[in-house]
Design a protein around this ligand. Sequence first.
Ligand SMILES: [Cu+2]
Length: 121
Amino acid sequence: MKKKALLLTMFVATLIMLALPTAKTWGEDSPRRIEVTAKKFSFDPGEITLKKGQPVVLVLKSVDASHGIRFRELNVDVKVGAHDTAEVRFTPDKTGDFVGHCSVFCGTGHGSMALKLHVVD
Ligand SMILES: [Cu+2]
């Protein structure tokens, strides 16, 4: 009787272990991915809207030089190399309108590179 219970426990444990990697993959896929292209001297799209408390992955892709994007109020700063892609995962914890600026000096129009971010409830 005890042996049967032990076997059953092991069987259930094996099932759980087999199911776990799948569950993990699902979890990693859930944050919304937002792709933003950086080029001299703008971001595309230039404006994005996020939901407060909802995790997102910001994927920053550069089609020319090194760029970056920083939202100081949200503690977000990601840099991307020339012709490269970088990701940052974050969860907006406050609502409002924020302006992110390019955080890597990239030339004469660097100061005007901005990405508007709206965080709504
Ligand atoms: Cu720049």
